[in-house]
Unconditional design. Structure first.
Length: 202
């Protein structure tokens, strides 16, 4: 996949640039808010200085103003920190696996094959499985018609949401978490028949 390597490099560059711009925007917004608070604090200090009061009272006024604005600035910095953390969490480091997951979700068979090859023998084994009698995959049936893919795991398991449950396709079987979800069970059986034919086993 030499072209894929080039596409990955471009996608990672675009991803990193977008994340850096988001962080810059957060910092710029923080600086702007701090500047506004500094200006407000100076105005209040000036008003306090012009207040007809003795030195001790003015000193108390200055202290109260400083305390108030230090708290406001601390809150601005705290909010900015939370926003940065959220940005890093929602936009983690872009890796080759991330790229393959995106490609696989878009129906790229080669990307899906590479994900499953990396995780051979490590597929998720929970839930209730439906598989073909002879363990043979029908070529090209890695994606359902008229049913969008909700996600692709790092191990190459395709996830389709159905009602309150989900159908997981690891290439060898279809798995559901709950047998009592009739809608999910019916969908899993339908797509298993499409993949493996009528000879199924659990």
């Amino acid at each position: 996949m030499p072209e894929a390597k080039t596409d990955f490099a471009q996608a990672r560059e675009k991803h990193d640039a977008k994340r850096k711009e988001a962080i810059r925007s957060i910092r710029s917004d923080q600086d702007a808010k701090i500047s506004v608070l500094v200006a407000e604090m100076r105005r209040e200090r000036l008003q306090a200085r012009r207040t007809p009061a003795n030195r001790i009272l003015k000193k108390s006024l200055y202290a109260a103003i400083n305390l108030k604005y230090r708290a406001k600035m601390a809150e601005v910095r705290r909010e900015a920190r939370l926003q940065r953390q959220s940005t890093y969490r929602e936009s983690p480091r872009y890796t080759w696996v991330s790229f393959l997951q995106e490609r696989a979700k878009d129906g790229d068979q080669e990307a899906l094959k590479k994900l499953r090859g990396r995780a051979f023998g490590l597929a998720w084994k929970g839930g209730n499985a439906i598989r073909g009698e002879d363990d043979t995959l029908a070529a090209g049936q890695h994606r359902l018609e008229n049913r969008p893919i909700d996600g692709v795991t790092k191990k190459g398991t395709i996830i389709y949401s159905v009602g309150k449950d989900a159908v997981r396709d690891d290439g060898e079987s279809f798995r559901i978490n709950r047998k009592d979800e009739l809608e999910t069970a019916i969908v899993a059986l339908q797509i298993a028949q499409k993949r493996f034919g009528n000879s199924l086993r659990s």
